[in-house]
Design a protein around this ligand. Structure first.
Ligand code: NAD
Length: 469
């Protein structure tokens, strides 16, 4: 096993004293060792980030933008290595994993050019009142396993742009690409401005309760998000929480089934369904229900599931054994409750955590496969007759990330989509995001926003400055 991965603390690569194994989900076998931060290493990282925040970093806007541009360069030049690590530790197909590394580089570049506004609120003989943005301080960036590089970049870039410093902790399932990225960033980031620690959930808990941390930027599950709220309460830490989703897609009877089915399918199954804003439940009008189930099942059977490193693989394994067991359990429960499995439905034989894309029809609307976030390659399809009823069903949940309506009547689709209680809604597409729009959840799917200028504001305090004329 490769022991070359290290924490980045105060500009140094620190081998660490404790380690844990990282498993390749395509084989089920450990393939590398990751350092696990001790309390003392975490203290060093927070101290380094605090010292860097107090130095020239926060006052030098031009240097920070240049740093972000150089972060983009080193990330891009390491994209092949980083992508391979993502494919090995997370399981997405290699081309997608490399695309994720390039996306991280692009995020650094985009934020390097973002405006941090200074707004004039009032100007007159009595003086000038401006609204300015100030960095918050040391920011904890805690990331999940499904998009380790993209979720890290989404936090690093806005945090650094406005002058914060960062202690990041990736998921213990996928820490290696973040540590490898950190080793590259070390070449271009001042010591202490970015620290990255390998470690378990416990290291995340230490970090989010640490008095030296002013802001927590978190992407992960709702349960952990709530723990982070508790951990930060005494200190009134600033929080951005990007949490789970159970995105509904509502398919109206006027669609052309053959035309919408591929978009629906890939919006549900990309990255083996392990995307917060993937379609997690389809409600299809009874007029198109059976043809849609048949089309989706055909696409599921045709999808190429296999080794992420093999060219042509469309879907890799599920990321961990626990996740595989969860998805299998939800499908088995739906089947016991009368669900009709029309494609897939059982783990694949052989090593690794492979579960084929699975379509489950006729699932009772209150089955856990429908009401909970499966975060894996199993899609329930529920029939409906009445649009008001289905909107009520779609909204009868604590989740509120994204949703979509599929119809030949775009205007009606937009009217109905607005009634979905979600942070982002689409008509005739899903999972289509851009830097020019904020991304975040309502209800239990999150607190705050990421992306663009809305995301930047999450890493700032506002300061109102009254200056004489
Ligand atoms: P998770 O909550 O188990 O872990 C996420 C991170 O939090 C990991 O780094 C973990 O070590 C850390 N952690 C765990 N317990 C902690 C604690 N008590 N204090 C601080 N940190 C702690 O989530 P996961 O299983 O890695 O990710 C899957 C979840 O992430 C899904 O629910 C998915 O929907 C969600 N997600 C949301 C978005 C979004 O933008 N809304 C994007 C991707 C994933």
């Amino acid at each position: 096993m490769d022991a070359a991965f290290a924490h980045l603390i105060d500009g140094e690569l620190v081998a660490g004293s404790d380690h844990f194994a990282v498993v390749n989900p395509a084989t089920g076998a450990p393939f590398a060792r990751c350092p696990s931060a001790t309390r003392a290493e975490l203290e060093r990282a927070v101290a380094a980030a605090t010292a860097a925040f107090r130095g020239p970093w926060r006052g030098d806007d031009a240097a920070r933008r240049e740093t972000l541009r150089r972060m983009a360069e080193v990330t891009r030049s390491a994209a092949a290595e980083l992508g391979r690590l993502v494919a090995l530790e997370q399981g997405k197909p290699l081309a997608m994993a490399e695309a994720e590394a390039h996306a991280a580089a692009q995020i650094f570049d985009l934020y390097a050019g973002e405006t941090v506004p200074c707004e004039v609120l009032r100007e007159g003989p009595a003086g000038r009142v401006t609204l300015e943005r100030r960095p918050l301080g040391v920011t904890a960036a805690i990331t999940p396993w499904n998009y380790p590089l993209a979720t890290l970049a989404m936090k690093l870039a806005p945090a650094l742009l406005v002058g914060n410093t960062v202690v990041a902790k990736p998921s213990p399932f996928t820490p290696l690409s973040s540590l490898a990225l950190a080793a590259r960033l070390r070449e271009v980031v001042p010591p202490g401005a970015v620290n990255v620690l390998g470690g378990s959930d416990q290291v995340g808990a230490w970090l989010t309760a640490h008095p030296g941390v002013r802001k927590v930027a978190f992407t992960g599950s709702i349960a952990t998000g709530k723990r982070i709220v508790h951990a930060g309460a005494d200190d009134l830490k600033r929080l951005t929480l990007e949490l789970g989703g159970n995105d509904p897609a509502i398919v109206l009877p006027d669609v052309e089934v053959g035309a919408v089915a591929p978009s629906l399918f890939w919006s549900a199954f990309l990255n083996s369904g392990q995307i917060c804003m993937a379609i997690k439940r389809i409600y299809a009008h009874r007029d198109v229900y059976e043809p849609l189930v048949a089309e989706l099942s055909g696409l599921a059977r045709a999808a190429r599931v296999g080794d992420p490193l093999e060219p042509g693989t469309e879907l890799g394994p599920v990321s961990s054994r626990a996740q595989l067991e969860r998805v299998a359990g939800l499908v088995d429960d739906a089947r016991r409750r009368g669900g009709r499995v029309s494609a897939g439905g059982a783990p694949l034989a052989g090593p690794g955590f492979f579960y084929p894309p699975t379509i489950v029809a006729d699932v009772p609307a209150d089955a856990a496969l429908v009401t909970e976030e499966q975060f894996g390659p199993a899609l329930p399809v529920v029939p409906f007759d009445d649009v008001d009823d289905v909107l009520a069903q779609a909204n009868a949940t604590h989740y509120g990330l994204c949703g979509s309506v599929w119809t030949a009547d775009a205007e009606r689709g937009a009217r109905l989509a607005r009634r979905l209680e979600c942070g982002t809604v689409w008509v005739n597409r899903h999972m289509d995001l851009g830097h020019d729009a904020p991304f975040g959840g309502v209800k239990w799917s999150g607190l705050g926003w990421e992306n663009g200028r809305w995301g930047i504001d999450q890493y700032c305090d506002l300061q109102v400055v009254h200056a004489p004329a």
